[in-house]
Design a protein around this ligand. Structure first.
Ligand SMILES: [Mn+2]
Length: 333
């Protein structure tokens, strides 16, 4: 065989030989923290991908729920998990070495074991089945003694997540919106999930922080009063500060934190479906989150309602990743 065809075959053979050479383990996924941020398959902070949840051995397990069929506003939060993974790469160097704060000259989360458990497989138009998958996944993660970090998804996913818990807990809900509207009978959506969640026997107390805007109305307020929730508004936080707001949050043995990114001001977090002016600054929300571990043991968290199509800069997702790190760093230094 002569000519171009022979050359092509030789080139292909050489490529196969190169591809078969052993690759040092440090260049594979587990060593991703030594590579630049643009290298590698995207997992949350470059953590090892462990989709077989029953094998997880970790302190923190990140679980994606790409579901947004519960939304009344703009959809798109189904792309939240992949956007959070992409925009977490800026911090992936510190996954095992810990995260350093220049102001306190201290490092947190050094040596913590993270895994990315991948996404829950959703069933389009069958939200009940998707919800069952979410509950089963979180239950498995809890059974492996890892802390679930759930990345959504619209806010309706917090109900199936919390259904997986058994021990009493206080729900700390950051949001512009009460999410206590009357749903269609038997329905679960992102504006009514709090009613259902508050009815779970182990959810003993609900604290709602950052409420504001013209969407909240007497129907939502009436239902919030019925479940006895403590409401701290965005305006109160602007006027009286994060320390005052923290003083209003009761202490309890266990706390679960859910963050709708629309609690932040749209200038900080434009990538969300239901924008409301006059939201919290990054520093306000960050101070609140960092103060929470003094109120009780953190048993799980979720960050929801990130809609990347409204924010091509990726700043909403990266800000959310930073908030997750800061909360975990305060809870498990
Ligand atoms: Mn909201």
């Amino acid at each position: 065989m002569r000519g171009p065809l022979r050359r092509l075959i030789l080139t292909a053979r050489a490529a196969i030989v190169v591809a078969a050479l052993p690759i040092p383990a440090s260049t594979l996924l587990y060593g991703q923290t030594t590579a630049p941020a643009f290298v590698g398959v995207r997992t949350f902070l470059g953590a090892p991908y462990v989709p077989r949840l029953e094998t997880i051995e970790a302190d923190f397990a990140v679980l994606g729920v790409p579901f947004d069929e519960g939304t009344w506003g703009q959809p798109g939060a189904r792309y939240g998990p992949r956007d959070l993974r992409e925009n977490s790469q800026e911090y992936h160097f510190y996954l095992t070495e810990g995260f350093y704060y220049i102001d306190q000259d201290r490092t947190v989360l050094k040596g913590k074991r993270w895994v990315d458990a991948g996404d829950v497989e959703v069933f389009p138009t069958v939200p009940v089945q998707t919800g069952e998958k979410v509950t089963a996944a979180v239950r498995t993660i809890l059974g492996r003694k890892a802390l679930p970090i759930v990345i959504g998804g619209d806010h309706s996913i917090t109900f199936p997540v919390l259904r997986a818990y058994q021990s009493p807990l206080t729900l700390i809900h950051f949001d512009a919106h009460l999410d206590t509207w009357n749903a269609a009978p038997g329905n679960l959506d992102h504006s009514s999930w709090v009613n259902r969640t508050a009815a779970l026997p182990h959810v003993r107390k609900v604290v709602q922080v950052g409420m504001r805007g013209l969407a909240n109305d007497q129907e939502a307020m009436g239902n919030a009063r019925k479940i006895g929730s403590t409401i701290i508004t965005s305006e109160q936080i602007h006027r009286k500060g994060a320390a005052w707001a923290l003083s209003r949050i009761p202490a309890s043995e266990r706390i679960y934190v859910t963050v709708d990114v629309d609690v932040l001001d749209p200038s900080v977090a434009p990538g969300t479906g239901t924008i409301e002016p006059d939201g919290l600054s990054f520093a306000e929300l960050d101070d609140l989150l960092k103060g929470l571990p003094a109120k009780g043991r953190l048993v799980g968290l979720d960050v929801v309602e990130i809609t990347p199509y409204r924010d091509p800069s990726g700043r909403t997702a990266q800000t959310a990743v930073r908030l997750i790190i800061d909360l975990l760093g305060a809870a498990f230094p």
